[in-house]
Design a protein around this ligand. Structure first.
Ligand SMILES: [Zn+2]
Length: 354
């Protein structure tokens, strides 16, 4: 849909007008990206200071809806009041899945793909009985993040696609994937720093801290890593920060610019635990309580590195790793908020049964 992006903090009236503009442009056949870009040009860096929607005091209380009379006690825990975040074991790569409390779902990156056969993300989606994906987001155009998405777009209806405008000079795979998505008629959005994404408006706040939303191209791994879409998903005073493969240079910029606004209870650790991510200055701003690392067992890159692990531990974060423990689940609900693996036995059991 055309109203998936809001630009920074604006008055409700402004958002309404912008949303209408987006809709009109989309209805006229213009690429949604053009509409977004034109908005950015009119207000390139909408202020994110002031009455931040992420300020806990400003987040409206979202009660957990009562279970229907026919529902069991366990069913109540699976009601629409729950947000489930998964850090999927896709080997050496990244893929995260979110079940939003409004019933919609998000896939951030699709992990790598084997030369033949299905990617590991396919197994996860099948196990979770996924039949459609409302929002697919690619953090940056490296194959350990995008290759699995080819399967996703071939096998699932997708509502909207979120991408950077960074091209990977060395990759035909990303060009083919983007052409495929465009050919399917799926709307592509290019979120920019300061944007808010309307994935579950009024309940879940999604704020973009970094992206390469203007056209660029590079063959440099580091440059493309630093184009990663960085976004924070907040629900019921709990936040999860997704960082793609962002490296320490951009981490330092964000820490300087946003400071404590980066705070998040949960961190998807940048670049698989590379030594050039998870810098101390960044972690000190985020202050994660739980840190999730996605990496392949005994991968050739040495991820996660001891340097990154040590900095995470120094910040006091509990570390969860897909290479050692497989797919990880973090739950935000009125009944329980935290990692499934750390949940009380009765809750962990009931959640694992759905
Ligand atoms: Zn990566």
């Amino acid at each position: 849909m055309a109203d998936n992006i809001e630009r920074g903090n604006r008055s409700f009236l402004a958002i309404t007008i912008l949303t209408s503009l987006l809709f009109l442009q989309s209805a006229a056949g213009a690429f949604a990206a053009d509409a977004v870009e034109s908005l950015q040009n009119s207000d390139p860096f909408a202020s994110i200071t002031g009455a931040s929607p992420e300020t806990p005091d400003n987040i409206p209380a979202v009660p957990v809806p009562p279970a229907s009379p026919a529902a069991s006690a366990d069913d109540a825990q699976f009601s629409s009041g729950t947000l489930r975040a998964y850090f999927i074991d896709v080997g050496q790569g990244d893929s995260e899945y979110i079940e939003l409390p409004n019933g919609k779902n998000v896939l951030i990156d699709g992990g790598p793909a084997p030369a033949s056969g299905d990617p590991l993300v396919a197994q996860f989606l099948r196990q979770h009985n996924v039949t459609k994906i409302d929002y697919v987001l690619l953090t940056h155009p490296h194959s350990d993040h995008y290759a699995g998405l080819d399967y996703v777009f071939s096998h699932f209806p997708v509502g909207s696609f979120y991408d950077t405008q960074a091209d990977n000079n060395g990759s035909t795979g990303i060009k083919n994937l983007r052409a495929k998505i465009s050919g399917m008629g799926v709307s592509t959005f290019y979120p920019a720093e300061g944007d808010t994404l309307n994935w579950a408006s009024g309940e879940v706040q999604v704020k973009v801290f970094n992206s390469c939303s203007a056209p660029s191209a590079s063959g440099s791994g580091g440059a493309l890593n630093n184009c990663s879409i960085v976004l924070r998903v907040s629900y019921q005073n709990t936040s999860i920060l997704y960082t793609g493969d962002m490296q320490s240079g951009v981490e330092a910029q964000l820490a300087q610019k946003y400071g404590s606004q980066l705070q998040a209870d949960v961190l998807k650790v940048g670049h698989h635990g590379s030594s050039d991510s998870s810098s101390a200055v960044f972690l000190n701003a985020v202050k994660p309580k739980a840190a999730y690392i996605e990496a392949g067992l005994n991968n050739s890159y040495g991820h996660p590195t001891q340097a990154a692990l040590s900095r995470l531990q120094a910040e006091g974060a509990a570390i969860y790793r897909t290479d050692q423990s497989g797919t990880q689940e973090y739950i935000i609900s009125g009944a329980y908020t935290g990692p499934l693996s750390a949940a009380p036995a009765d809750i962990a059991y009931s959640w694992s049964q759905y």
